[in-house]
Every structure is written in structure tokens, then in C-alpha cells.
Design a binder for this molecule. Structure first.
Ligand code: NAD
Length: 276
């Protein structure tokens, strides 16, 4: 595949660009994921709460792509935190996906007020020891949550998947991850496609390179070293979003995009989010 790997801190290779399936209904997920696999994607990002692990698993089975060539991520939902509940939720996710191992398992949200992420992560460490997952990590963890995790558990998370796009550049988290050897994975890398793709600076860079605004934003992430998982159910956009490895942004382009930071979230604040 033309997508370069990101080498995780345990040596596992994760494609630097994958396919996200949030908000894709289960009965549409199979077609979308097959389209993505045909377009060359080899990494799929789902979650128990997305309700489409079954459709995702069907696509993987139907695609004809060998299992070992696909990097599959799913996430532990909030209601399933705690040591035993995590192990049960993992079994349920694996069964829905129709797989016998997972590439990456993430704690979906830290829920600091519930105080269960340490126990949940200890169950993840057991799954790693048992060979049922190739890598373990977290999502939506702030540096303060990671600090606690690093103090109280033994496996450094391979990945922290956080909201990250030009309007929310996450400098503090990215610096902390780099210091600790944690890969930064960007969710909503396109800012959910809303205003971001019409920002004049991004449109101008797209015109300069004869690319689309989405490709410019994804290329910015790639050059920063982020793992990205753009979502689309439109076949032409699915293809467009992976075609970002045959051009480069120059220093001036990167500086213009860096200037767009507003520290503005689309999604919830992980310090207080406590749903599910
Ligand atoms: P995204 O930034 O990938 O944007 C997706 C939207 O952008 C699409 O629905 C479409 O409207 C538009 N779009 C996509 N490609 C386009 C193109 N080429 N041109 C124009 N518009 C385009 O947003 P997302 O789906 O929120 O995030 C991506 C993935 O991240 C999700 O599918 C999911 O896997 C993951 N995610 C994780 C969390 C978490 O809490 N861990 C939260 C949100 C999303």
C-alpha cells in the first residue's frame, strides 16, 4: 500500500492514514469499508458505541484482503469500564467483528470522575499479554490522565486518539505524547468537514497544489506525524482522502495552516465528559 506506516512504541506498524466509521449505520458500514479497502486503505477505526462492528467485520471478511494486512481498531465504551467489564466488552467486540485478535484497543474516554480507567487499562494489559491485541492505547486522554496512567500501570500506551485539526492543534498534548513515545492519532481530522474546508487560507493552498482542501488538511496532518482516520461514505471522497502521498506542503503552507489554530473543540471536553 502507498500509505506509510507509523511505527508504534512496541514496534507494531500502524498505517498513518486509515478509515473512520463513526456515524456510519451498521447496514451501510459493510459497503463503505469494502470501498475503502478497494481504494487501498488498510486501517479501520470503529468503536463499540458506533454500533457498526458487525458491518465492519463483514466487510473485512468479504474484501478478500488477508486479515493480517488490515489494522483494526475498536474502542471500549464508557459503560464497560472496570477490569471484568472490560474483558467482557472486549469479547463482545471481537465476536461482532468476527475476528480472533485486534490490532489496537482504545479506552474511548477517560471519565476521570468515575475513577475506572486504571482498572480498565489493567485489563487491556492482560489482553496484550494473552496475545489478543497487538497494541493498546487510549482516546481523549488529557496529559493529566496520561500522567496518572504512566504512574500506575506498566505498558506505555501506543496511541492517544484525540480531536485534532487546524482549529484545534493540541500543542500541549502533542508535545507530551512525543516526550513519552505515544503516537498522536487525530479524530475529526477534517474538522468534520464543516467550515474548515472553506477557510480561505486552505482553499488557496489547495489551488496552488491543484488539490482539494480535504487533501491539504490531511497532508498537513501527515507532515506533522499524526495518524489520521478521515471518514466519508462517498466513494469519490474515500478515494480522494487517501491520495495524499504524492505531493508535499512547503514551509510556507505549513506555517499558514499552523496560524489557523483557535484551540476550539467541536466535541466534548474530556475533563468533564461523562456520558454512557
Ligand atoms: P472527519 O473530520 O473525518 O470529517 C468527516 C466529514 O467530513 C464527512 O462526514 C463529510 O461530511 C466530510 N468529508 C469527508 N471527506 C471529505 C472530502 N474529501 N471533501 C469534503 N468533505 C469531506 O470527522 P469524523 O468522522 O468526526 O472523524 C473521523 C473519525 O474519527 C470517525 O469516523 C471516528 O472513527 C473517529 N472519531 C473518534 C472519536 C473519539 O472520541 N475517539 C470522536 C469522533 C470521531
Amino acid at each position: 500500500s502507498k500509505v506509510p506506516p507509523k511505527i508504534l512504541n512496541n514496534g507494531v506498524e500502524m498505517p498513518q492514514l486509515g478509515f473512520g466509521v463513526w456515524q456510519v449505520p451498521d447496514d451501510e458500514a459493510e459497503r463503505a469499508v469494502v470501498t475503502a479497502l478497494e481504494a487501498g486503505y488498510r486501517s479501520i477505526d470503529t468503536a463499540a458505541i458506533y454500533g457498526n462492528e458487525a458491518g465492519t467485520g463483514k466487510a473485512i471478511a468479504a474484501s478478500g484482503v488477508p486479515r493480517e494486512d488490515i489494522f483494526v481498531t475498536t474502542k471500549l465504551w464508557n459503560a464497560d469500564q472496570g477490569y471484568d467489564a472490560t474483558l467482557r466488552a472486549f469479547d463482545a467486540s471481537l465476536a461482532k467483528l468476527g475476528l480472533d485478535y485486534l490490532d489496537l484497543y482504545l479506552i474511548h474516554w477517560p471519565l476521570p470522575a468515575r475513577g475506572k480507567f486504571i482498572d480498565s487499562y489493567k485489563a487491556f494489559e492482560q489482553l496484550l499479554t494473552d496475545g489478543l491485541v497487538k497494541a493498546i492505547g487510549v482516546s481523549n486522554f488529557l496529559p493529566e490522565h496520561l500522567e496518572r496512567l504512566l504512574e500506575e500501570t506498566s505498558v506505555i500506551p501506543a496511541v492517544n486518539q484525540i480531536e485534532l485539526h487546524p482549529h484545534l492543534q493540541q500543542h500541549a498534548s502533542r508535545e507530551f505524547h512525543d516526550e513519552q513515545g505515544i503516537a498522536t492519532e487525530a479524530w475529526s481530522p477534517l474538522g468534520q468537514g464543516k467550515g474548515l474546508l472553506e477557510v480561505p487560507a486552505i482553499v488557496a493552498i489547495a489551488q496552488k497544489h491543484n488539490r482539494t482542501p480535504a487533501q491539504v488538511v490531511l497532508r498537513w496532518h501527515i507532515q506533522l506525524g499524526n495518524v489520521v482516520i478521515p471518514k466519508s461514505v462517498t466513494p469519490s471522497r474515500i478515494k480522494e482522502n487517501i491520495a495524499v502521498f504524492d505531493f508535499s506542503l512547503d514551509t510556507e503552507d505549513l506555517a499558514a495552516i499552523s496560524a489557523l489554530n483557535e484551540d476550539r473543540r467541536i466535541g466534548p471536553d474530556p475533563a468533564t465528559f461523562d456520558m454512557g
